[in-house]
Design a protein around this ligand. Sequence first.
Ligand code: CMC
Length: 450
Amino acid sequence: MAQISRSRSKASNSKKTTTEGKPKVVKSNGKLPTKTFEFPLMKGTVGPDVVDVRTLYKEHGVFTYDPGFMSTASCQSAITYIDGDAGELLYRGYDIADLAANASFLESCYLLLYGELPQLSELENFENIVNHHTMVHEQVHTFYHGFRPDAHPMAILCGVTGALASFYHDSLDINNPRHREVSAFRIIAKMPTLVAMAYKYSIGQPFMYPDNALSYPGNFLRMMFAVPTEDYEVNPIVERAMDRIFILHADHEQNASTSTVRLAGSSGANPFACIAAGVASLWGPAHGGANEAVLEMLAEIGTVENIPAYIEQVKDKLNPTRLMGFGHRVYKNFDPRAQIMRETCHEVLNDLGINDPMLEVAMELERIALSDPYFVERKLYPNVDFYSGIILRAIGIPTNMFTCIFALSRTVGWISHWMEMIGEEQQKIGRPRQLYTGAKRRAFTPLGKR
Ligand code: CMC
């Protein structure tokens, strides 16, 4: 049992509302008698214990206050585990470094969806199913033509992902486990097609149909870079790097976009609508949009001589600029994905014979930041987005497509969480409460008397 003490005075006395709309925090003078609440303590397989406060309001008439979910577990999950202090990331118990080194993305997808690594026959069957769902309905093409060619590809992706719900009525019964599974296959298989189409549309080239003989990343690269008039050969180095980027982004427990998917899905919304909500949430620069922002930042810095001035700028409290690709809500140590991404970045650039001055700026920026007390004290380390952009750039993917690649990779995580949530016996609609700071009840004044 966990115990929480509070002043015996009414809940409204512990946090009072001022007329300016800001909550006034009333501190106990230390003399008031306190009341002790008892709550069950829940234990996971690893990680901090969780105080189960579900009965708090019903029994004691108060809410908890935790904007940003700094101390709140919003659900139970058996998919992904992060130890932010140790810099550890596990998919279904398997270390991300082992998966990135030894598994394919589709193998990791199977693991995330079903909880176990597949046998060879299971993997082949899964690959076959995904391969045979890669095409989108021909009419989806017309949606693209409704967008301006200079539209951000994430704007297009938000729209076309949600639009899929209008085509696959045969798998939209969310209470039917088989429908949920088919929807998962469809969305995982079609996402690379939708992303590549967004790119092709933006550069005015014809859409490339998927080629089911290719691997998942190979097919994506072909849909991105091939043209109907020429043969296209997938570069195996680029194919492996792409696959690794997909694995590293595949899931990350209850991040903003996954929580968005869960919240949208908790109302019973169809999976395509939920994934579209996830895409929208991912777009922000504090989340998936950071990879695009990192390259913009590196371009702005330009050369290593300009780094110290830039560092001073991000440390300045009056300046909203942040060092993009640095810091994480959960990791207070190296993001394990960043380490793998860093190695992959060197490998890809070496293998492709690319000498990118941005890599030099990134490495020097990392070195300076990691020895600066501002970043050391706040435990700010490079995150997954710090090096991914340089790899994507080396592969030939334009900056504005980076967040789409993240969305493509994270789709399996989103759909796995959605399936886990819908499959729960006592699944409830997500409905947070609030600390109201607005006006109290007041009389309406007719227009002429205001
Ligand atoms: N540059 C400079 N200062 C920073 C940074 C940064 N990137 N990140 C955090 N800080 C400072 C922040 O100003 C604050 O300082 P103080 O205590 O003096 O007020 C302190 O560190 C704690 O920051 P916070 O904003 O309270 O931390 P948070 O957990 O709410 O935010 C974050 C996490 C990822 C949004 C933030 O670190 C950030 O904005 N980073 C840059 C954007 C980025 O790279 N995002 C990708 C995250 S990884 C991929 C993903 O999950 O999508």
